[in-house]
Every structure is written in C-alpha cells, then in structure tokens.
Ligand binder design. Structure first.
Ligand SMILES: C[S@@+](CC[C@H](N)C(=O)[O-])C[C@H]1O[C@@H](n2cnc3c(N)ncnc32)[C@H](O)[C@@H]1O
Length: 333
C-alpha cells in the first residue's frame, strides 16, 4: 500500500470511533503520531512492520482465520457440513439459552454446556456415564443433562463452584448430576466413583496460574487462579503441572471402559525464547505415557465471544488465540 492512500483518506478529526466486526465500539482521541484512515481504523506512524491500521493488524492476529472460496451458498453449506474441523460458536451469555451464564460467569473459565452436550452426544450412547475430574461450575455435567438419559459425575476442589452449579440447575430446571467436592487425585478412593465404569471422560483442566504468569496476549477472561488451594493443579508451574495432570488422568482412565474416549480441552500459551509453550503438544506427549491410552487427533473450538486485542501493535506479531484444542484420546487394550 502506498503512502498517498493514507493522505487521501486522512481527515482532520481528532476523536475517533472505531467499530470492530463484532460490533464493539471504541472511542478515543487520536495521538500526534496517528492518522485517521476512515473505516479502516487508525494508522500508527511508528509501525515499522506493515501499512495496516490497528484494526486490520488485530484482525490478522486472530489465531483462526476462516476463508470461504465456495462458488455459492449451497456449496458453502455442503463444505461446512462435510469438511469443517473447526467448531465455531457464539453462544448467548444471557437469557434462557445461556444456561445460567449469569451465575456460571463467577468462575474464571466456564465451558458452554451446549458445546459439551455436542461432544457427549458424539462419544456416548443413551444411558452412558461421563466423568469430569475438574468440573468447575459444571459445563460437562450440564451438557450431559441437556441430552436424553446421560449420567455424569464431576469432581471439584472448590465448594463454591459446586454451589454455583447447583444453583444453575435449580434456576434453569436442569437435572442435577453427581458433584463431589474433593481433590481429583483421590478419585480411586471416592465411594461414588471408584467402582464405576465410564463411557467418556470429558474435562477442562485448570491451567490458571501458568497462564497468568507466563502468558501475555492471551484471553483476559481466563487469567487468575481458580482457588488459593495448594492442591489446585492450576497453582503449579508448567513443569510440575504436566506429570500431575498425567497422574489424575491415569487414575481416571483406569475407570474408563475399553474403547472409551478421553477428551481434554487445552489452550496454548504465548511462546517464549525458552519454550514453544504449545501446551497441547506437551499434553499429548504426557498423556501418551499412560499405558493403553492413544492420541486420536483433535478438533478446534473457535469461541467467537472473545474479543480481539491489539497485542504487539505496532511493533511485533503476537497471536490473539481465540481457539482452544479439544484433544481426543482412546483407551485400547
Ligand atoms: C478450567 S476449570 C473447569 C471449568 C469447567 N469446564 C466449567 O465449565 O466450569 C478447572 C477446575 O478444576 C478445579 N481443580 C483444580 N485442581 C483440582 C483438583 N486437584 N481436584 C479437583 N478439582 C480441581 C479448579 O478449581 C477449577 O474449577
């Protein structure tokens, strides 16, 4: 892009309203080194990397970029149905279809029950049992109750999250599943769990402290510890976390039926010079050490309710990670 384009679309407004694709509006005064580029946003003259405005820069840093080169609507629908490896969602955060998000948002990273429902629907049949050793405010348990005839057990260290889950069930008239307040490490001694055989383990482990300490430019909403408890896996360092997670997963998968699936959510951290921080790779390596548990692939969940932020702008590329990995393992004896 040539510089004369900047001049042509520059006007003299010193206050600017930027409207992002998701409707978010930001109003602010222009700095002396900024040029108003009309609908394109604001160009920062300190930008040594490219000719993009902050709005365009931020759009590019989205970790998921879905393109559509279909010839027509029908072809697009067919492609989406046949080829989509990305689960793209924008679930409501208020009203009846939010399934108690008004309460669940008191947790730093609740999962949408509808997403968990769809995963459970794929990996279990009617009558199936599902285990979530890190249940939080119960995304998995709620998802199980949104389907016909599924049973779930959740384990959570923090009583207040279980109370929130119970209140959500009461508010929304959703069937309550079994929620146990305990350390997931003790799973094999829990009366309600130890003799069960599960069809699916679906979980979203705590990565809290690792994320808040080591990551910049991540999703701001899921920073911060889940609990102050020393037993909280989220309060461990990256190196300590991986074997501890494996231990809980090894105990949990000892209760999984043969040919049953273990599904784990995971979000990567920003890379550092020391380590790539692709947590999903390290988790696959670690969980693959468990005898009889084999990695089968992943799906990507693209959460469109997360805002893009201009990380790194206008100096260097920093990814806006709007996707999470849904890692899929199978028990094969
Ligand atoms: C990422 S959150 C799960 C969120 C959940 N998917 C939801 O929809 O609410 C992980 C949870 O694991 C809990 N946790 C951490 N360490 C634990 C442990 N040792 N035993 C049981 N729960 C633990 C944390 O308190 C946190 O609520």
């Amino acid at each position: 892009m040539k510089n004369d384009k900047f001049v042509a679309s520059t006007n003299n407004e010193r206050e600017k309203v930027i409207i992002y694709n998701n409707g978010r509006k930001v109003k602010r005064k222009l700095k002396s080194y900024e040029i108003d580029m009309g609908e394109r946003g604001i160009y920062n003259t300190k930008n040594k990397l490219n000719d993009l405005t902050g709005k365009e820069w931020t759009f590019f840093t989205n970790s998921v970029h879905i393109t559509d080169f279909a010839n027509n609507e029908e072809e697009f629908k067919l492609w989406k149905y046949l080829q989509e490896s990305v689960i793209e969602t924008k679930y409501p955060t208020n009203g009846a279809n939010s399934f108690g998000h008004n309460l669940r948002k008191l947790h730093p990273s609740p999962k949408p029950p509808q997403l968990m429902r769809d995963i459970i629907a794929f990996f279990t049949k009617s009558g199936g049992w599902i285990l979530d050793p890190f249940m939080g405010v119960g995304g998995t348990l709620l998802g199980a109750s949104l389907l016909e005839n599924r049973n779930a057990i959740g384990i959570e260290l923090e009583q207040k999250y279980i109370e929130i889950y119970n209140r959500v069930c009461e508010q929304e008239g959703i069937k309550k599943q079994i929620a146990i307040c305990e350390d997931a490490r003790n799973i094999l001694t829990m009366e309600q769990v130890k003799d069960k055989v599960f069809d699916l383990i679906l979980t979203d482990p705590p990565y809290a402290n690792m994320l808040s300490k080591q990551r910049t430019g991540g999703d701001r909403r899921d920073k911060g510890s889940f609990t102050q408890d020393k037993r909280d896996l989220g309060n461990l360092s990256y190196e300590q976390f991986l074997p501890e997670l494996r231990e809980v997963m090894e105990k949990s998968t000892s209760l999984l039926k043969n040919k049953g699936y273990l599904v784990i959510f995971c979000k990567d951290m920003q890379p550092t010079k020391k380590h790539h921080n692709m947590l999903h790779v390290d988790i696959v390596n670690e969980i693959s050490k468990i005898p009889n548990i084999y990695f089968k692939g992943y799906k990507i969940w693209y959460d469109k309710t997360i805002n893009l932020y201009p990380y790194g702008y206008p100096y260097s590329y920093v990814s806006n990670q709007l996707h999470q990995f849904i890692l899929i393992f199978r028990k094969e004896r």
